[in-house]
Design a protein around this ligand. Structure first.
Ligand code: FEO
Length: 398
């Protein structure tokens, strides 16, 4: 990513990671960016740093604007290593007067880098710091998505540095929302929300109200990953309000993994029943879809119907991985049901039912299981289950 001025005296100086395809288990199919920003004012301020292996890109961008040793303040909005991996080296080069972070930011920086001697300046919500002509206002956003997370708002420019919030994993040579494909951008934002922020939805919802109540004259939102929002701020705000309140589409997912095709036959019978109603359906075979892509679909679905054969008294491996990953993300306001085939013990459907109940999903069926290969009557029961769930979802949207 080349350096680029995004507002008067404020530059994007972060890095593009075109190669990354896995971020702690999240499939980053389009790569990502680690955004950092330089405010050139009486006090020169660097907002966030980048992942360790991208430090050269960051330094090269800064050097095109100023000598890094002239930087006065570093702001660390979030301590996760993709934004602080190169902080120790940058601290050595810059030797800033202040390292600005939240109280939990200081704790987490100490737990990561064990440097008591750094010049921490702890800030709280509404605390302001002047860089000369610009006023930086801070907003703590605890658990969005780490305890240390905070936003930094540049009042004079209406520019919000939003850390991980409103971001997405998408490598791009373009910087602004109006420069990229909007549908791809929104898909990646939904995937990011589902994988990173979903468990904190009640807090996100509260934050959205707080930001609206602050009545900021927002002109730009610059997250730490991906694209800067400028033209489509209302759209990303509306999306966050929808996702954080559990608003779904008239959509049903049949998510399954099959051993010898029996569970797949049941999945397609369920689909057959669903088709009798005015609902959108997606069939997702976990053998060929990454679980982090599946949860992006779950975010917008009203019902999930889960199928797994039984293997060694449990679920098949991909379903096992998916369902425990989903449980951690705390999905809500969804219908659920389960089905699957077995050879002699048949625990998978019961396990799926238990997990859906633990997740507080609305389990609307007892579940259907069949020994080895399903007979016509079992397939008809699956069709009926699809019909009932399709009717229920369609009714909700009338
Ligand atoms: Fe992009 Fe939570 O780090």
């Amino acid at each position: 990513m080349a350096k680029r001025e995004i507002a008067k005296g404020i530059y994007s100086v972060g890095a593009v990671d075109w190669d990354i395809r896995d971020m702690h288990g999240y499939s980053t199919n389009r790569g990502t960016t680690y955004n950092a920003f330089l405010i050139v004012d009486d006090k020169i301020t660097l907002v966030d740093t980048v992942k360790h292996h991208c430090m050269d890109q960051l330094l090269a961008n800064i050097r095109e604007i100023v000598d890094p040793e002239k930087i006065d303040y570093i702001i660390s909005n979030h301590i996760e290593m993709d934004h602080t991996g190169c902080l120790p080296e940058m601290m050595e080069i810059i030797k800033p007067e202040k390292l600005i972070c939240s109280m939990m930011g200081k704790k987490n920086l100490l737990d990561h880098f064990h440097r008591e001697d750094w010049p921490y300046e702890v800030v709280k919500s509404n605390h302001e710091i002047s860089t000369g002509t610009k006023t930086l206002q801070f907003l703590e956003t605890r658990m969005l998505h780490w305890p240390d997370s905070m936003f930094t708002y540049v009042k004079e420019d209406g520019l919000l540095f939003s850390s991980d919030a409103f971001g997405e994993h998408m490598a791009s040579s373009e910087l602004f929302d109006e420069e990229v494909d909007f549908d791809i951008l929104m898909y990646e934002c939904a995937k990011y929300y589902a994988n990173i922020l979903y468990p904190f939805s009640p807090l996100v919802n509260k934050l959205m109200h707080t930001v609206v109540d602050m009545n900021l004259d927002l002109k730009m939102i610059a997250p730490d990953h991906g694209i800067i929002w400028q033209k489509h701020i209302p759209e990303i705000f509306a999306a966050y309000q929808r996702w954080s309140s559990g608003e779904a589409k008239k959509r049903v997912l049949v998510i399954y993994e099959t051993m010898w095709e029996s569970t797949r036959k049941m999945a397609y019978a369920v689909n057959h029943g669903l088709q009798e109603h005015d609902v959108s359906i997606s069939m997702i075979n976990l053998k060929n879809t990454h679980y982090s892509d599946v949860v992006a679909e779950v975010l917008n679905a009203k019902a999930i119907i889960l199928g797994s054969s039984t293997l060694n008294n449990g679920m098949l491996p991909a379903m096992n991985t998916f369902i425990y990953y989903l449980k951690g993300l705390k999905p809500f306001k969804k219908y659920a049901a389960a089905f699957g085939s077995f050879g002699w013990s048949g625990e998978a459907v019961g396990l799926l039912n238990s997990l859906c109940t633990e997740m507080k999903l609305d389990l609307v069926e007892d579940g259907i299981k069949t020994k080895f290969v399903p007979k016509e009557e079992i397939l008809e029961q699956c069709v009926e289950m699809g019909r009932r769930i399709g009717a229920k979802v369609a009714e909700d949207f009338r």
